[in-house]
Design a protein around this ligand. Sequence first.
Ligand code: UDP
Ligand code: MG
Length: 310
Amino acid sequence: MGKKLSVVLPSYNEEQMIEKTAKVVGDILSREQIPYELVFVNDGSKDHTWDKILKIKEEDSCIKGICFSRNFGKESAVFAGIEQADGDCIAVMDCDLQHPPEVLVKMYRLWEDGFQVIEGVKASRGKESFIHKMFAKTFYKIISDATGIDMSRASDFKLLDRQAADEFLKLPERNVFFRALSSWVGFKTAYVEFDVREREAGASKWSFKSLVKYAVNNITSFSAAPMQIVTFCGIVFFVFAVILGIQSLYMYFAGHAVAGFTTVILLLLLVGSILMFSLGVIGYYIAKIYDEVKMRPRYIISEVVKSKDE
Ligand code: UDP
Ligand code: MG
């Protein structure tokens, strides 16, 4: 028998998928004779996800379940799952079978060949609207520039060696952006392409609002570019102010200063709004620092179920 693979499955309102996912993934891994455990993390679901996890756990000793006290978000669920996983290598995949389980086998084989981090790379971005694709592109461009790692087709579907996973777990920040941090830890990395499948049941948990929040949150975690842009705007406006100042003084001394009321109003509005926007950006970073220094736990677990021999 080979070494054990832990598969972490963050699940939020996935009652329709739990049983099916456990069966499909379990069948594939058993067929390939890979020893495994499935770590389901119930991220405060409002439906019967936890009951389903408890049910399949009764029937199958390879299943672990972690229940959060409320919804803490996917990143926290991934973190908790990796913390509880005890395999020699740990894979993370979505619970909705959009990440093809056959790819797990490929990842495991690459791990056996000595790779420590195996990144699932989207061959295509699946079915998404044009606007969504455009936003995603801009978002990943900013993150890629900040990290120096090409993130354009990155996904949360990955396999980490025990060593890489332990290093990931050591990261002190509350806001763990798994997709980028798994590359950030380094180690010998391989890439596996996969096609994003359609969701079989349930609905995507992403709304436009949550996507914007996700993007802003992760950009500010990885990059100080927005603050630099603000500074740059400040410099541009200073140059404008100097030019305008010189011009006004010239007009004044030349004796034909006109009542440029419109200009004044427009300038006031423009400068005012830029100032406010800049303060907002800076405030965002401060809020983030505040969030980190509070050192609140990333998540709260209400229940853990595992097999008796552990
Ligand atoms: N998920 C989670 N907590 C959340 C939102 C989502 O654990 O707050 C899980 C969800 O159950 C799924 C995965 O994260 O297994 C990806 O979510 P989803 O399918 O909604 O994202 P999409 O595939 O549309 O990007
Ligand atoms: Mg999905």
